[in-house]
Ligand binder design. Sequence first.
Ligand code: CA2
Length: 148
Amino acid sequence: MPSLIYVINGPNLNLLGKREPEKYGRATLDDVETLCRDTAQKHGYEIEFRQSNKEGELIDCIQEAGKKNAAGIVINPAGYTTTSIAMMDAILGVGLPTVEVHITNIHARESFRHNSYISKAARGVICGLGVDGYALAISGLAGILKKK
Ligand code: CA2
């Protein structure tokens, strides 16, 4: 059975492709899910794809990845990036290799978007490459796992 990569999306990412296309692009979250499944399949992985607007549910999801012995996590924490010590703790707690993704270049945006708690627990960070960043994160994770 191929092993599992959890792709976890934070608040408001359900609006992808439906609002602010000039900032976040035209791809919907369903398109991102397809991109993730196709990319994972090429590397021999399956995807568990989630989105929630609730911090507690995102933490449950991270813990679930740990319980299910997932191979790793790709996460776009969205608005919780700069606030959630609890999500950072959950990632540190499960100890799975985690790649943080942002569609936009958070460092070229308002300064309140710059400091990520999640980055302190992440193995790698990709930002500013649009939704292609998700595919790159999965490929990067597959590379890390191969070397294990
Ligand atoms: O660039 C990213 O991926 C972000 O994580 C997106 C977050 C933002 O708070 C981060 O600073 C950077 C916002 C997600 C909101 O997503 C929307 C998508 C389409 C329309 C409206 C919101």
